[in-house]
Write a protein that binds this ligand. Structure first.
Ligand SMILES: [Zn+2]
Length: 268
């Protein structure tokens, strides 16, 4: 083969290869880009699903680095027992959350608030037949207690505890499945509802303060949020609070006030 022809052939092949490379290079880049993006999406999906799994695990196990107690008191204020409780809380320098009703004197709700406790909304009437007769009646009752708290304190509470708790078999007996409509609507209106994961057991009759004390300390668990249900209308519970606080202080717990971001200990 003549040298001239051979060099022309090599030049042509090189040019052809260069053209081919030029043509396919964007595809290589693009496909690499697609793979990178797909990988990134996969990683991001994996990260968000692991974040979701982590938050779900945290929500279900409620594991904390510290041990927290939210003391909550329902059904007050009561002219006899609430002042005793407020004195104990003041002496022990602990704040609590009060889910109040339409009962009791205004000045006690004011005192609860002024002394740095948190006010939540329980129910105005605490009359199950009335409150759970319809969805409208539930929210009329909630707005009545909301207005009472605002009138006394100026504070617009976003914390709700539905009477009987959210897993309420009582509400079912008045209006079947009414809770399924009430709970989402509570959130739609900007409130958060709270149940409990520790109970003083004082919904039933107790004869001495050992009963609520033993019930609470046997259910408390370290390294989680403990939302403790008590009633400041019950003398036995009010009598037990000082000892419960002492036990908690000796066992590494700290006390906190509920807010809308707190663990709600919801039963449903
Ligand atoms: Zn109640």
């Amino acid at each position: 083969m003549p040298i001239k022809f051979r060099s022309l052939l090599i030049t042509s092949i090189t040019a052809l290869l260069a053209c081919l490379l030029f043509l396919i290079y964007p595809h290589i880049v693009t496909s690499h880009d697609v793979v990178s993006k797909a990988l990134a999406r996969k990683q991001s999906a994996a990260q968000s699903s692991s974040a979701l799994a982590a938050s779900a695990a945290a929500a279900s196990s409620k594991q904390n680095s510290d041990s927290v107690i939210y003391l909550t008191f329902d059904d007050g204020p009561n002219a006899t027992t609430t002042p005793q409780l407020l004195q104990t809380l003041k002496t022990k320098q602990v704040k609590a959350t009060f889910f109040v009703t339409g009962n009791g004197p205004d000045n006690l709700i004011k005192q609860e608030y002024d002394e740095g406790n948190r006010i939540g909304l329980h129910t105005y009437t605490h009359n199950y037949a009335e409150v759970y007769s319809s969805i409208d009646n539930y929210f009329n009752d909630l707005e009545r207690i909301n207005e009472r708290v605002i009138a006394i304190t100026g504070y617009h509470s976003k914390l709700v505890r539905v009477p009987g708790g959210s897993a309420n078999t009582i509400s079912n007996s008045y209006s079947p499945n009414i809770m399924s409509y009430i709970l989402p609507e509570i959130r739609n209106r900007g409130y958060q509802y709270f149940d409990w994961n520790v109970s003083a057991g004082d919904g039933s009759v107790q004869t001495n303060s050992d009963q609520p004390y033993n019930s609470v300390i046997s259910e408390l668990q370290p390294h989680r949020d403990n939302v403790v249900l008590m009633h400041d209308t019950k003398q036995t519970s009010v009598d037990a609070v000082g000892r419960i606080i002492d036990y908690a202080n000796q066992n590494g717990y700290r006390f906190a006030l509920l807010d809308t971001n707190s663990y709600p200990a919801q039963q449903r």
